[in-house]
Design a protein. Sequence first.
Length: 256
Amino acid sequence: MDKRAEAFLRLLKIMDDLRERCPWDKKQTIESIRHLTIEETFELSDAILKGNLDEIKKELGDILLHIVFYSKIASETNNFNIADVINALCEKLIYRHPHIYGDVKADNEDDVKKNWEQLKQVEKNGNKTLLSGVPKSMPALLKAYRIQEKVKAVGFDWEEPSQVYDKVKEELNEFEIERKKGNIQAAQKEFGDVLFSLINYARFININPEDALEHTNQKFIKRFNYMEEKVKSLNKQIADCKLDELDKYWNEAKKI
């Protein structure tokens, strides 16, 4: 037997045992483990950003467990089982890759994405809009990025990076006008436009804005932690330090 199949069957057997004998596992429902799945997804994201392959392997295992867990629970009420999940995925992958399993030609990544979105629309039988597939609960930054990717796939996109950058400057100017007027509600709307245009520019020049922002978050945390430890070593509190002193420690942290 293929070792991959053997390992997967072992996991399924363990899941069967847990649902039958473990008090906690027996109690869980599809709804009760939802928040844990979200947590595991973020932990995988953290591991990927760190570039830690051992952690990535571990977190992938945790997510795989959740997939098996949901499928096991659903099988107990004869709704679906893990085989249904896998077979449905296989059929979708084959259907959405006609350049591999059919006679459609796709010369590059953009062609593949365009075919993918068009086939998704066919699957919906025209009953849903293109953007209805973007989850409502997705964080706003990621949602903006996915919206832009989806409309690009059907040809609604800028032609040159300079056009997108000009749009960023235009939105910044409109924001400044409203800010100076003291119109907070209008400024908030314009600021949203600024963010949306910046995300669009990042996407257009092949930068993932979510990854870029998270790297900056981690960089800021690292530098602030250094500054905090420096102040503590002097038996002081950050709130008691003057800004020029904090700037000195911040600049030290930037050199590390």
